[in-house]
Design a protein around this ligand. Structure first.
Ligand code: BYC
Length: 483
């Protein structure tokens, strides 16, 4: 079966890449499969592997009807390999190869670079499943539990997507890398996941929602950039992943939005006007807005680190070679080679933060980060609308890009959320005003009581406006197997 819009379910691994006719890759993937299932059973959602979950599965790559919803036990989810349709006469759209036919095979000189990018991308997918594996037990509703598991199975599918590319295009080293992706573990001392944010914990549901809002949005930006790649199979893979990614950010944005809505509602009912009266608000069994701000500060800053250094020769090389582009590359009006262009970069100069023009090529990471910050800011505005509508005098704000950074220009300094540079001692004195403290974490943990009755929601979160797949409010999204 050749590459099609519909997915072939006759092989063990559903796909639209003609695996039946590609026995070498089919065998390699079938050999990788048991290790993957083993990983899923040990590192996937803990305690829910035998429950029936109302999940969407990709059955086509037709944008109008690509998924179907049904009850599935997660280990039986059909993780498939799906690439967006091949575009007629697609070209390399940037860099020194601009205008050439897009590559259907890996160019020898870019092999190491492409492999590295695919492995880094692949590594984040299982990492996030590992980070979230305990959350099912404290789900604030069956609706939220289902969304968590949907995100998890799709991250699993995204791992498959990268493993397919490794197995098909990178021979022996591809196979070794595919194994490595099942060996590393989030937060492990000896074999950690590759990028910083993916070794942090996701201890509670507010963190999960912040993660899917902020960190999955980095995923969106990176996938958009890789979707521009001159290496066509990578581009097509990322284009299809982006369809699924949209739901993950929806889960994050509406999750935080619903927590905010519930807090504002409880404050109004109790007649509390001062959002900063944390003790009074917490007594209502909801999460106070200042704590939400701290969580946002944490997840935003960790996610900024995922863009690498502001000035990066790696990024310039990826771009010049045509392997990784900019966000919405083809919509940008310039020469798409950037040999003479500059881009303003925020830098630390003479003890202050200043904007400096750098060659646009080396500033590719900075530009993508700017696009990301703008995208985040729009979501924060939507959260603020909820607070404003409730008539509460409080607004959430993204912290300065220099705040709490571990990678890049600001990794070695400390700055306040307003971007004011601080001495170490002042930072240590004040950091718990800006980042969640142990006490904040304990308070949130105390609220994380499971709420698994159909149509019911935990005290701290409002119900969604509409159900998944238009299901009614009391729909049993997960049939929890308590055996
Ligand atoms: N942690 O030149 P530099 C997602 C390393 S999320 C640790 O500044 P470059 C998802 C870097 O590797 C999206 N190390 O950076 C979300 C390099 O090491 P080497 C994932 C880091 O290379 C939620 C050195 O520092 N996809 O999909 O321009 C749930 C200097 O690097 C970090 C991608 O990231 C870090 N944060 O850019 C599930 C796309 N940052 O080479 C999924 C693929 C940098 O000297 N990756 N380093 O040993 C890339 O495009 C690039 O590798 C990066 C780094 C943007 C990550």
């Amino acid at each position: 079966m050749a590459e099609t819009t519909n997915v072939d379910y006759s092989t063990k691994i559903p796909n639209n890449v003609g695996l039946m006719d590609d026995q070498r890759v089919l065998k390699a993937l079938e050999q990788w499969h048991p290790g993957y299932i083993d990983w899923w059973m040990t590192m996937g959602p803990e305690g829910f592997q035998t429950s029936n979950v109302y999940l969407r599965t990709a059955i086509s790559i037709d944008p109008k009807g690509w998924a179907k919803f049904d009850y599935v036990k997660m280990p039986e989810y059909r993780w498939g390999i799906l690439l967006a349709p091949r575009l007629d006469d697609r070209r390399v759209n940037f860099g020194i190869h601009k205008g050439e036919q897009a590559w259907q095979e890996v160019p020898g000189e870019y092999r190491a670079m492409l492999r590295r990018l695919i492995v880094v991308q692949g590594d984040t997918e299982p990492a996030s499943v590992e980070q979230q594996r305990h959350l099912g037990k404290t789900a604030p509703s069956l609706y939220d539990m289902r969304n968590l598991f949907q995100v998890n199975v799709e991250e699993g599918r995204h791992l498959w997507a990268m493993v397919y590319l490794l197995q098909k295009y990178f021979g022996k080293d591809g196979r070794e890398e595919a194994e490595g992706l099942l060996q590393r573990r989030s937060g492990d001392q000896d074999k950690p996941r590759m990028l910083g944010a993916f070794n942090e914990q996701t201890p509670d549901w507010l963190s999960f929602f912040m993660f899917t809002f902020f960190t999955d949005r980095d995923g969106k930006m990176q996938l958009e950039s890789l979707a521009q790649s001159g290496f066509d199979p990578l581009s097509r893979t990322c284009r299809f992943m982006l369809t699924e990614e949209a739901h993950h950010m929806f889960v994050g944005e509406t999750g935080v939005g619903r927590a905010i809505e519930r807090t504002c509602q409880a404050m109004k009912e109790a007649g509390i006007e001062d959002a900063n009266d944390v003790a009074a608000v917490r007594k209502l069994g909801v999460i106070d807005l200042p704590t939400m701000q701290k969580k946002a500060n944490l997840h935003f800053s960790l996610s900024l680190d995922l863009f690498g250094s502001e000035v990066s020769t790696n990024a310039a090389n990826y771009y010049t070679s045509g392997v990784k582009g900019r966000f919405q590359e083809t919509r940008i009006e310039d020469d798409h080679q950037l040999t003479k262009a500059t881009y303003p970069v925020s830098k630390l100069i003479d003890g202050g933060i200043k904007m400096v023009d750098e060659p646009a090529l080396t500033a590719i990471n900075m530009r993508l980060r700017d696009d990301y910050v703008n995208d985040c800011a729009k979501g924060v505005q939507r959260w603020n609308k909820v607070i404003e509508k409730a008539g509460i005098d409080f607004r959430l704000k993204l912290p300065h890009v220099a705040f709490h950074r571990g990678i890049g220009e600001f990794a070695d300094i400390q700055a306040s959320p307003a971007g004011e540079l601080l001495r170490e001692a002042d930072w240590l004195k004040q950091k718990h005003q800006w980042l969640p403290s142990k006490a904040d974490g304990d308070f949130i943990a105390g609220l994380m009581a499971p709420c698994w009755e159909r149509g019911k929601f935990a005290s701290w979160i409002a119900p969604p406006r509409i159900g998944i797949d238009n299901k009614p409010g009391d729909f049993e999204y997960v049939k929890v197997d308590r055996a």
